[in-house]
Design a protein around this ligand. Structure first.
Ligand code: FAD
Length: 293
C-alpha cells in the first residue's frame, strides 16, 4: 500500500526502521527480525540504504521480503549523492520489479574523499528524478533541530519546502529527545506552507555508546531530563535499556496526546525493544483515531 494513503486513514500509525546488516552471517537474521516486527502489527517497515551503495542490493532484498511476506507495507530508503543517473534508474527498476511502491529519497552523507559534480547534489534532485520515472510514493527526511550542514534553520526549511514541491508525499524527522523541539519545528514548517504529513522519528536510546554516537551524527541536543537518565544509568546496560524504552514511550504518549497521528521508531534491529514500546502503548494505540499530525 502507498504510505500516503496509509497516512490519510483515520487512525494512529506506527512504523519501524530496520537496517540490512553488512556482514553476511548477520544478514541471514534480518528476516527473523522483520517477522518479529511485523507481528507487532506496525503499519510500515522502512529499510535503510547503506552509504556508498554498500548495501543497496540488500535493501531491495529485505524490502522485497517485507513486500511479499508481511502485513506491514514497506518503505525502501535510497540515497543519491554518489550515484549516477544510471544507478538510480537501475535501483528504481529493481524496486518496481519487486512491487515496492514507497521510497524515502535521501541525499545521503557524503563519503570520505567525495568529489562534488555528480548529477545529484541534494535530495531534491533525486525526488524530481523519481517523480519523473513513475508513480512511487516519495518520502523525504527533515531535521527538527536543523540539518548539521545548514547554518540557518530558516534556510533548512526553505530547502525542505523545495523537496515537498518537487513531489514529497510525507516527511520523517531525524531523532529528537525534546518534543517541544518537534512542536516548534511543526509550527515553522506549517508557517512555511509545508502541508504534507510529518512523521516524528523516535530513537529509544539503549546504551551509552549509542547516546554519544547518535547525538554526534544527528546534532540532536540532550534535554536535561534525558541527560539525567543517561548520567545515572549509562554504565548499567540493563537499567539504561529500561530507562531508554520508558523515555521513548513517554515521548510517544506525549506526541499522541497532543494530536500527532504518526509515529516512527528507530528500532535498530531490536524487535524486542519495539515490542516493549508497543506493549506500553497497547491501550493508547487502540483508543486513538483522531488527531492533527
Ligand atoms: P538534503 O535534503 O539534500 O539536505 C542536505 C543539506 O543540504 C541540508 O543542510 C539542506 O538544508 C541543504 N540543501 C538542500 N537543498 C539545498 C539547496 N537547493 N541549496 C543549498 N542547500 C541545500 N542516510 C543513509 O545513508 N541511508 C539511509 O537510509 C538514511 N536514512 C535516513 C532516514 C531519515 C528519516 C533521516 C532523517 C536521515 C536518514 N539518513 C540516511 C541520513 C541522511 O542521508 C543525511 O542526514 C544526509 O546528510 C542528508 O540527507 P537529506 O536527504 O536530508 O539531504
Amino acid at each position: 500500500m502507498k504510505i500516503r494513503e496509509l497516512l490519510r486513514q483515520d487512525k494512529v500509525t506506527l512504523s519501524c526502521e530496520i537496517f540490512p546488516p553488512r556482514k553476511m552471517d548477520r544478514f541471514k537474521g534480518i528476516f527473523d527480525i522483520v517477522d518479529s516486527i511485523d507481528k507487532l502489527g506496525v503499519d510500515f517497515i522502512s529499510v535503510t540504504y547503506g552509504a556508498g551503495g554498500s548495501t543497496s542490493k540488500k535493501t531491495v532484498e529485505v524490502a522485497s521480503y517485507i513486500q511479499q511476506n508481511c502485513r506491514a507495507s514497506v518503505l525502501a530508503h535510497l540515497t543519491c549523492c554518489d550515484s549516477t543517473r544510471e544507478q538510480v534508474r537501475e535501483q528504481l527498476h529493481r524496486l518496481r520489479e519487486n512491487g515496492i511502491e514507497n521510497i524515502l529519497a535521501l541525499r545521503g552523507d557524503k563519503p570520505e574523499g567525495f568529489t562534488e559534480g555528480g548529477p545529484y547534489t541534494y535530495a531534491v534532485d533525486l525526488i524530481r528524478d523519481i517523480r519523473a520515472q513513475g508513480d512511487f510514493c516519495i518520502g523525504g527526511a527533515c531535521y527538527p533541530e536543523g540539518h548539521v550542514e545548514c547554518a540557518h534553520k530558516k534556510e533548512d526549511i526553505d530547502h525542505l519546502k523545495e523537496k515537498v514541491e518537487a513531489g514529497c508525499d510525507f516527511l520523517t524527522t531525524q531523532m529528537f529527545f525534546d518534543n517541544n523541539v518537534f512542536y516548534n519545528f511543526l509550527y515553522r514548517a506549517l508557517s512555511a506552507g509545508i502541508q504534507v504529513p510529518i512523521i516524528p522519528g523516535i530513537m529509544p536510546i539503549l546504551n551509552s555508546r549509542q547516546i554519544k554516537r547518535s547525538c554526534e551524527l544527528s546534532g540532536a541536543s540532550m534535554p536535561a531530563p534525558f541527560r539525567a537518565i543517561t548520567d545515572k544509568f549509562g554504565d548499567d546496560p540493563q537499567a539504561m535499556e529500561q530507562a531508554g524504552i520508558a523515555y521513548a514511550t513517554e515521548q510517544i504518549v506525549d506526541l499522541i496526546a497532543n494530536g500527532i497521528r504518526h509515529i516512527h521508531i528507530y528500532t535498530m534491529n531490536r524487535p524486542q525493544v519495539a515490542g516493549k514500546i508497543v506493549e506500553n502503548l497497547s491501550y493508547i494505540l487502540r483508543g486513538q483515531s483522531h488527531g492533527v499530525g
